[in-house]
Design a protein around this ligand. Structure first.
Ligand SMILES: [Zn+2]
Length: 49
């Protein structure tokens, strides 16, 4: 079962919920796909001192 959830606010790709598993995360009310979430993690890690 594949349920459309919304559009990634970073890459504008469609984000789906697959068998109850959301193919992304909601950060501060914004939908972000898993690929972009990984990028964000890397970026925030990089920006730390
Ligand atoms: Zn994305």
């Amino acid at each position: 079962m594949k349920e459309y959830v919304g559009i990634c606010t970073v890459c504008q790709k469609n984000v789906y919920c697959l068998e109850g598993f959301l193919n992304g995360v909601v950060v501060e009310g914004k939908l972000v796909c898993l690929a972009c979430e990984e990028e964000e993690k890397r970026d925030s890690h990089k920006n730390k001192n």
